[in-house]
Design a protein around this ligand. Structure first.
Ligand code: C5P
Length: 205
C-alpha cells in the first residue's frame, strides 16, 4: 500500500505521515529532507541557491546530512524551497523517491508532489492543509522551543512566501491531486487529525 501525504509547510503532514507509517507498519520518507539536504549543501559550498543548485543536484549530497538537526532550520527550509524549483534538482531526486515508494509492502511518503508526480497511482492520497495563521503559530512554537527568538509576524510572512513559491513554480507545483482526500487540521488536535487521516485511508483502500 502506497500512501501519499502532501500539503504546505507546517500543515501537519509530517506528523500525520509518521503516524500513518506506524499504524500500517510501513516505511516512511519525508521528501522535504532531500530538498533540505541539497539546500544545506548549496549553502555549505557557498553557491547561489537561485543560480547554482543544479550543480549540487548533479553531484548529490552527503547521505549523513539527512540525519542532521540543522536541516530543520527555517533558513534551510527557505533555501530548500528555492532550490526545489530547479527542474534538474527535482529530476535528480525523482528516482530515489519512486524507488522508496516501490518497496514490497509499500510506503508512506510526504511532501508537495507525492500524489501528483512521485506516486500518481498511490492507493491513498491525502492533502493536508491548515490556515496560514495557524501554521505560523505552530511553526513559531516549534522554533521558540528550539531557542529561536523569531517573531510570529516574521514566521507568518515566511510561510506565505513559501506557499507562494511552492505553488507558483512551473515544475511539480504544490497542488492537491484530483483524487486526493482533503484533511484540514486547523482546528484538530494531533490525535484527532491522525484518527481522521486513518479513517480517510481506510475509506480509500
Ligand atoms: O516539507 P519541508 O518544509 O521540509 O520542505 C522544504 C521545501 O522543499 C518545501 O518548501 C518545498 O519547496 C520543497 N519540497 C518539494 N517537494 C517535496 C517536498 C519538499 O518541492 N516533495
Amino acid at each position: 500500500m502506497i500512501i501519499a501525504v502532501d500539503g504546505p509547510a507546517a500543515s501537519g503532514k509530517g506528523t500525520i505521515a509518521r503516524a500513518l507509517a506506524r499504524h500500517y507498519r510501513l516505511p516512511h520518507l519525508d521528501t522535504g529532507l532531500l530538498y533540505r539536504a541539497v539546500a544545506a549543501t548549496v549553502i555549505d559550498l557557498e553557491l547561489d541557491p537561485e543560480q547554482e543548485a543544479d550543480a549540487v543536484a548533479a553531484c548529490a549530497f552527503d547521505e549523513q546530512l539527512l540525519g542532521d538537526e540543522r536541516l530543520k532550520d527555517d533558513a534551510i527550509g527557505k533555501a530548500a524551497s528555492i532550490v526545489s524549483a530547479h527542474p534538474l534538482v527535482r529530476s535528480a531526486l525523482l528516482q530515489r523517491q519512486r524507488r522508496f515508494a516501490q518497496q514490497p509492502d509499500g510506503a508512506v511518503l510526504d511532501g508537495r508532489d507525492i500524489g501528483t508526480v512521485i506516486a500518481p497511482d498511490a492507493d491513498a492520497k491525502l492533502f493536508v492543509k491548515a490556515t496560514p495563521t495557524i501554521r505560523a503559530q505552530r511553526r513559531h512554537a516549534e522554533l521558540r522551543a528550539r531557542g529561536s527568538a523569531v517573531s510570529l509576524d516574521k514566521v507568518l510572512a515566511d510561510i506565505r512566501a513559501r506557499d507562494e513559491r511552492d505553488s507558483s513554480r512551473s515544475m511539480a507545483p504544490l497542488r492537491m491531486a484530483d483524487d486526493a482526500a482533503l484533511l484540514d487540521t486547523s482546528f484538530l488536535s494531533i490525535d484527532a487529525a491522525v484518527q481522521r487521516a486513518i479513517a480517510l485511508v481506510e475509506a480509500r483502500t
